[in-house]
Design a protein around this ligand. Structure first.
Ligand SMILES: C[S@@+](CC[C@H](N)C(=O)[O-])C[C@H]1O[C@@H](n2cnc3c(N)ncnc32)[C@H](O)[C@@H]1O
Length: 340
């Protein structure tokens, strides 16, 4: 009789983690800072919020009473995960910007119950998130392989392992809304390249709604979102030797009705100059000057569908919650026959 494999060994072999960050990541932060802080209207991309502290603050945001998107997206998943499992027959789930994979478990449960699931591939820029969730999920789902990819989905999609069966690529949390319209389509086109004829994209998008509800979701009464926003300055201080005092900045969250997106900004409380030492870059702020740190686009069904179309994707299911706060779309590549 074969000796029983000790549980530690099972866990070891069930997890593989590849990291594509390191020096290149630091250079990307430096390049983004050089570009963004020398523009006439200062701006930084939102991916730099997410060091371990930023990721923890984002998790706290998801629990806030004002932050409806997480609850609404979870409610849709709870209602429709079995249907998604049946429709996709997925053997693997690739998740971009996976974070703590809290809501993902609803989908993993359904795929596990359907008996099709073999592998989960989380990809995130936050190393601790990928490692922790690999450990947790392999113990929660016996037999599940987890191949974590620590990387940037704007630069490292080539490192997502090839499909070992029908797959769902999940892009949850409304993260696609962090890209302005042109970049959004470029990112979607790159993501679409991960899909074969049997595969599906499952994407979460926040929907256009009342301005008051939207602005409250990004400016909570406890000030957690404000701390999250200021965290990018702490990242710059640590990674690039910058000398920002986060308390020099107010948190601002505004809905832009023309573009139908939320903007998060940091507004200088006083005129000052900060040095980003590693880049030898002095950065001057006038009193009241703003640094844009995030956009979060809100969608209509037409906007989602036209963005999907621009990436050669066709809608299979439009799923929403009873209050139509948030939507999940299941889509697939337009097959050559459909386009004839
Ligand atoms: C808005 S949170 C969503 C987290 C989770 N998917 C959810 O739905 O709650 C965005 C996540 O994407 C990750 N992220 C942001 N930009 C990224 C990028 N360019 N490449 C990889 N991960 C990224 C962040 O670290 C964070 O975990």
């Amino acid at each position: 009789m074969e000796p029983l494999t000790p549980p530690e060994t099972v866990i070891e072999t069930a997890i593989r983690i590849d990291s594509h960050l390191g020096g290149a990541h630091e250079r990307s932060l430096a390049d983004d800072v050089l570009d963004g802080l020398t523009r006439p209207f200062k701006e930084l991309p939102p991916k730099h919020f997410y060091d371990a502290r930023g990721a923890e603050l984002f998790d706290r945001i998801c629990e806030l009473p004002e932050y409806y998107p997480t609850r609404a997206e979870r409610a849709i998943l709870e209602e429709r995960a079995d249907e998604l499992a049946t429709l996709t027959n997925a053997a693997e789930l690739v998740e971009l910007g996976s974070g703590t994979a809290a809501k993902t478990r609803v989908l993993l449960d359904a795929l596990h119950a359907a008996g099709t699931l073999t592998r989960y591939i989380p990809m995130d820029v936050t190393e601790s998130m990928v490692r922790d969730c690999a450990e947790e999920l392999t113990s929660e789902y016996p037999g599940l392989q987890v191949h974590g990819v620590i990387g940037d989905f704007e630069r490292h999609l080539d490192h997502v392992p090839s499909a070992a069966g029908p797959r769902i690529v999940a892009f949850l949390g409304g993260t696609i809304g962090n890209f302005p319209p042109g970049s959004r389509r470029r990112v979607l086109r790159e993501i679409a390249r991960l899909l074969g004829p049997e595969d599906h994209l499952l994407m979460g998008t926040d929907l256009v709604k009342d301005r008051v509800a939207l602005e409250a979701a990004y400016d909570d009464a406890q000030g957690v979102t404000a701390e999250f926003n200021r965290n990018v300055l702490r990242v710059l201080n640590r990674e690039l030797g910058a000398e920002f005092d986060p308390e020099d900045f107010d948190h601002v969250a505004l809905f832009d009705p023309q573009h139908e997106w939320i903007e998060m900004r940091l507004r200088a409380r006083r005129e000052h100059t900060t040095l980003v030492r590693d880049l030898d870059l002095p950065v001057h702020f006038r009193a009241g000057e703003e640094l844009r740190t995030e956009i979060s686009a809100k969608f209509t069904p037409e906007r989602v569908e036209s963005d999907l179309r621009a990436a050669d994707l066709e809608l299979v299911r439009w799923l929403t919650d009873p209050d139509e706060l948030f939507a999940l779309t299941l889509s697939r590549r337009i097959s050559p026959e459909t386009t004839l």
